[in-house]
Ligand binder design. Structure first.
Ligand SMILES: [Zn+2]
Length: 235
């Protein structure tokens, strides 16, 4: 990263000035790229390019996002200016910050198994773009998704899992209709893609997000993350 030099602000607080209670407060402020004027969030395409570049660093083992994590904590304490929103699966192998090599304050993230987004997820993403000005929403499924596989298998499940599987059923039905002769693995892959595309359409139907798209301030894209090689395949 092309971080500019750190600014060191040294504040001497002399409120109740006795020799025993002179307080030194050191605040390290990094005027890094994150912020309202961050060029990576200037346009939807700039944000998408930043995510693609981050995934390239991730795959190359050349991550930079967490080198200055505490500086980012300090720089974002009073406000957040994320580059993009990601709604992805809860699967432990699919953390968006790692996959896109981004750190504190840089991604606005919702995660739910199978990317089975519901109204509160949509509301969160509306908040991200309408209130925080996030120019890009990525709906990111992944290969070998257990939630999608459960929806394809359609076996009895305990607790709240039937509700989750029910949320994924329209995508499974679409996949079955398109590929009636597909084997289970192919069906899971196809249903994952359908679920991503359904969620993209669902988000685009949000009046709040549709207006931002119409104004050129927002793009919503689908993607499939490959848990086998770390790559993101954009739909
Ligand atoms: Zn999953």
């Amino acid at each position: 990263m092309n971080l500019r030099p750190l600014f060191l602000t040294v504040t001497l607080l002399t409120g109740l000035l006795t020799p025993a209670c002179v307080h030194f407060s050191f605040t390290v402020v990094t005027p890094q790229k994150a912020g309202a004027n961050d060029p990576r969030r200037a346009t939807p395409d700039a944000a998408l390019a930043a995510l693609k570049a981050g995934n390239e660093r991730f795959r190359a083992g050349a991550q930079t996002a967490h080198h200055d994590a505490m500086s980012k904590v300090a720089a974002t304490a009073s406000g957040q200016y994320p580059i993009a929103s990601v709604i992805g699966c809860a699967d432990s192998r699919t953390p968006p910050e790692a996959i896109f090599d981004l750190g504190i304050g840089e991604l606005f993230v919702c995660r739910v198994a199978g990317v089975a987004a519901e109204v509160n997820d949509v509301a969160s993403l509306e908040y991200g773009s309408e209130h925080l000005g996030v120019p890009l929403i990525v709906v990111m499924g992944h290969t070998n998704c257990g939630a999608i596989a459960a929806a394809v298998a359609d076996k009895p499940l305990p607790g709240s899992l039937p509700h989750l599987v029910g949320t994924l059923r329209p995508a499974v039905d679409l996949a079955r209709t398109k590929y009636p002769n597909a084997d289970t693995a192919s069906l899971v892959a196809a249903a994952t893609r359908e679920q991503v595309l359904l969620e993209v359409r669902r988000l685009k139907a949000s009046p709040v997000l549709a207006e931002l798209i119409h104004e050129g301030k927002l793009k919503i894209v689908g993607a499939i993350y490959d848990i086998g090689n770390g790559s993101v395949n954009w739909l």
